[in-house]
Design a protein around this ligand. Structure first.
Ligand SMILES: NC(=O)c1ccc[n+]([C@@H]2O[C@H](COP(=O)([O-])OP(=O)(O)OC[C@H]3O[C@@H](n4cnc5c(N)ncnc54)[C@H](OP(=O)(O)O)[C@@H]3O)[C@@H](O)[C@H]2O)c1
Length: 318
């Protein structure tokens, strides 16, 4: 495993982090048992992963809690999240603290290393800063969490408007951002502010559905070509085969992980799976060298101006 520093938190983190949300949620998508989901976490830790990301609404905190029973608590970095609103209203700081406490209970731990406000929308940001952060910082002083983070609502914030503000605000020590081969605009909006001791970055959407579901990819390319956003040649045959031919990648998924992993400004690449073979092959990709410079450049040229592509909502109900 390779390790790096998670921005200004100073935490030494594995460059690959196990995401327990997304569409896989430790295999809930494919009907894995609790035992199998817990085994995924143990296998990840055995392979050197020390960063585990969960959230109240993923339903996976109990699995992480179960896994933690046999992992020394200080050997892993646990990140969880609470939303700050529901369909009807914004929540108060005190309500968010209750959600934090419930997460600690489900995780069976006294503290989490990173506590994130989950999927904060641009219009919610002022409320977060004024009503929630001051109250949470008191909980931080009590030791209930070590570092404060914020994650974006990628599907409805393609321009990273919320994070663009958050990364310039010193309270946030960690941020979670969407970035992948066909959605590269965090490079301008987010990464210039997070490098050199800024907030640590957790990357999401590296593969998601766009690169794990060939039909979704083909339909997306078709729609983009129709809209004149990409060349029409990219709808013929096997349009991303250059990733394997000139790029030397083993597959589109291999290329997708390598592309994100080596982007300057990326600290931890989160990936989710409920499949032990995927866990191992994804780690192999994440620890492989970068794609050749000409392939990276081709991806910039083809897709660098796209926004909001492949940022689908989870298939699970919230
Ligand atoms: N706003 C937020 O806070 C937010 C939003 C999204 C995600 N996240 C975090 O980011 C993490 C990563 O999420 P993501 O959206 O990037 O999606 P992801 O979980 O990485 O999605 C990968 C998808 O592809 C499949 N897959 C993985 N490896 C594969 C392989 N080698 N071959 C074929 N299929 C493979 C997985 O299912 P299998 O089980 O079949 O492997 C999964 O459905 C989440 O777990 C979560 O922790 C946070």
């Amino acid at each position: 495993m390779d390790y790096t520093t998670l921005g200004k938190t100073g935490l030494e983190v594995s460059v690959a982090g196990l995401g327990t949300g997304g569409n896989s949620r430790l295999g809930r998508k494919t009907g894995r048992s609790t035992k199998e989901s817990v085994a995924i976490i143990h296998a990840a830790v055995d392979l050197g992963i020390n960063f585990i990301d969960t959230a109240e609404n993923y339903g996976t905190e109990p699995f992480v809690g179960e896994a933690l029973k046999s992992i020394p608590r200080d050997s892993v970095i646990v990140s969880t999240k609470s939303h700050i609103s529901d369909k009807e209203r914004l929540w108060s700081g005190k309500e968010v603290v209750k959600h934090l406490e419930a997460s600690l209970q489900r995780l069976g731990t006294d503290y989490v290393d990173v506590f994130n406000l989950h999927g904060v929308k641009p219009l919610e940001y002022d409320h977060a800063m004024q009503e929630i952060v001051p109250i949470l910082l008191r909980e931080k002083e009590k030791g209930k969490f070590l570092h404060l983070g914020v994650t974006e609502a990628a599907a409805s914030d393609a321009e990273h408007a919320m994070l663009h503000r958050a990364v310039q605000d010193e309270n946030w020590e960690v941020c979670m951002v969407a970035f992948h081969m066909m959605c590269q605009n965090a490079r301008a909006q987010v990464f210039p502010f997070t490098q050199n001791g800024g907030a640590g970055t957790l990357l999401m959407y590296a593969v998601r559905s766009i690169f794990s579901d060939p039909t979704y990819l083909a339909e997306t390319l078709e729609a983009l070509a129709k809209a004149g956003e990409i060349p029409t040649e990219l709808t013929d045959g096997d349009p991303l085969s250059f990733l394997m031919e000139e790029g030397g990648a083993k597959s589109i998924i291999d290329a997708a992980y390598r592309f994100v992993r080596h982007e300057p400004g990326v600290d931890v690449l989160l990936f989710g799976t409920g499949n032990l073979d995927h866990l191992e092959s994804n780690l192999t990709s994440i620890l492989s060298p970068p794609l050749p410079e000409q392939t990276v450049q081709r991806l910039y040229n083809l897709f660098g101006s796209l926004k909001g592509v492949g940022l689908d909502l989870p298939i699970f109900k919230q």
